[in-house]
Design a protein around this ligand. Structure first.
Ligand SMILES: Nc1ncnc2c1ncn2[C@@H]1O[C@H](COP(=O)(O)OP(=O)(O)OP(=O)(O)O)[C@@H](O)[C@H]1O
Ligand SMILES: [Mg+2]
Length: 234
C-alpha cells in the first residue's frame, strides 16, 4: 500500500468578510499518496487554489483539519507551521515566483539557505536539482535571461531541493506553450516516481490528464469525482 503523506479531512474554508463572504470549500477530504501524481481539475472559482493553499499550510481551514505524514498540523503556532512547510512541502506557481536578482543556482538553493544548511551542501544539492531539470548549463543565469520553460524548471528545482514529501503546483503549465508544458509535466511525473513523494497539480488543461495517477474534480467547493488512472505518459 502506498503511504498517505498528506490528508485534508472535511475541510471548510470561508474567505472574505461580511456580504462578500464566500464559502470556497464546503467539506473537502483528500489524501495524497507517495508515488502518485494527483491532478485537481475544475472550473474557475471552484476552490482549487484555496484547497492547495490549505494543503500547503498557507491558509488555515475554517473547519476540518490537515495532516502531514500522519501528524495533525491544523492549529499549530505560525512558527511551527512554517517549519512544517519548510521541511515537508515544495511549491510551484503559474508565474514561477523566482527572485529576479538571484541566479538560477541561488534561487534553487533558497529553501536550504532558509533552513540554515551548510553552504557547500546547499550548493551541491542546488546544482544536482538543476541538472535533474536539464539546466546544467544555466547555473549562473538570472531569471530575465531564461525562457518561461527554463524559469519553471528552476522553480521545480527549488521546490524539490529540500526533498519535500509533497510537491504542490498551481497551474504550473498555464504560462507555457504546449511543448514546454508537456516537458514540465514530465518532470513532475518523474518526481512522483519516488514512493515517498506525492505530487499534487491544479490545472485547467485536459492535455495533462495522461500524466495523472489520479484525477479529482471540484465544483463549487465540493469534490464531485475521484478517479484512479493508469499513468500513460512518463
Ligand atoms: N480573499 C478572498 N475573499 C473573498 N473571496 C475569495 C477570496 N479569494 C478567493 N475567493 C473566492 O473563493 C472562490 C474560490 O476561489 P479559488 O481561487 O480557490 O478558485 P480557483 O478554482 O482556483 O479558480 P481559478 O481557476 O480561476 O484560479 C471564488 O469564488 C473566489 O472568488
Ligand atoms: Mg486558482
Amino acid at each position: 500500500m502506498k503511504p498517505i503523506v498528506m490528508e485534508a479531512i472535511d475541510v471548510v474554508k470561508s474567505l472574505g468578510e461580511g456580504a462578500g463572504q464566500v464559502l470556497a470549500l464546503k467539506g473537502v477530504s483528500v489524501s495524497l499518496k507517495g508515488g502518485e501524481l494527483t491532478l485537481l481539475m475544475g472550473p474557475s472559482g471552484s476552490g482549487k487554489t484555496t484547497l492547495l493553499s490549505v494543503l500547503g499550510c498557507m491558509l488555515s481551514p475554517t473547519a476540518g483539519l490537515v495532516r502531514v505524514s500522519g501528524r495533525t498540523i491544523t492549529g499549530l503556532r505560525p512558527e511551527e507551521l512554517a517549519k512544517v512547510r519548510r521541511q515537508n512541502i515544495g511549491f510551484i506557481f503559474q508565474s514561477y515566483h523566482l527572485f529576479p536578482t538571484l541566479t538560477a543556482e541561488e534561487n534553487a538553493r533558497l529553501p536550504l539557505d532558509v533552513r540554515g544548511e551548510r553552504s557547500l551542501d546547499a550548493l551541491d544539492k542546488a546544482q544536482q536539482a538543476l541538472i535533474a531539470v536539464g539546466l546544467s548549463h544555466k547555473f549562473n543565469s538570472f531569471p530575465r535571461d531564461l525562457s518561461g520553460g527554463e524559469q519553471q524548471r528552476v522553480a521545480i528545482a527549488r521546490a524539490v531541493v529540500g526533498a519535500p514529501s509533497v510537491v504542490l503546483a498551481d497551474e504550473p503549465t498555464a504560462a507555457l506553450d504546449r511543448e514546454n508544458g508537456l516537458a514540465i509535466m514530465g518532470l513532475l511525473a518523474d518526481i512522483a516516481k519516488d514512493p515517498a513523494r506525492a505530487v499534487f497539480v491544479v490545472t485547467h488543461d485536459p492535455r495533462i490528464e495522461p500524466f495523472a495517477d489520479r484525477i479529482l474534480r471540484i465544483e463549487d467547493g465540493l469534490l464531485v469525482a475521484d478517479e484512479a488512472r493508469t499513468r500513460r505518459l512518463n
